[in-house]
Write a protein that binds this ligand. Structure first.
Ligand SMILES: [Cu+2]
Length: 121
């Protein structure tokens, strides 16, 4: 069967390509958290980790909430302030500067988007 012989190297090449593409993300995930670029760990894993934070800014024009959060070991993040898009625009009205919140976010090509958020007392 010449077919299987010809296909085997192709499959190997495809596998290598997948590994090569995946490698940079995997490498970055082990890096210490850099403030400028959010950790790849948050991108590759569905960010279902609830994060406690405090609203620092509400930007209705940009449709963004800026939130400070403390240490999040699961996402390899130390305390920092981050700006997020919001899944529901109404959240920009519901939350104000100084509110304590618990939220979850996802990373996509459009940036970081809060997918769930609730007030915390
Ligand atoms: Cu962060």
């Amino acid at each position: 069967m010449t077919h299987s012989l010809a296909n085997a190297p192709l499959a190997a090449l495809a596998m290598a390509a997948v590994l090569l593409t995946a490698a940079p993300d995997a490498a970055r995930a082990t890096d210490a958290h850099a403030h400028a670029e959010h950790p790849a760990a948050a991108a590759s894993a569905p960010a279902a980790v609830p994060i406690d934070g405090v609203v620092r800014k509400v930007d209705k024009g940009a449709g963004k909430l800026t939130i400070w959060h403390g240490d999040v070991p699961q996402l390899q993040m130390g305390p920092m302030t981050m700006a997020f898009r919001v899944k529901e625009a109404v959240w920009l009205d519901q939350f104000k500067v100084g509110d304590k919140v618990r939220f979850q976010y996802q990373r996509s090509s459009g940036g970081l988007t809060i997918t769930a958020i609730e007030a915390v007392r």
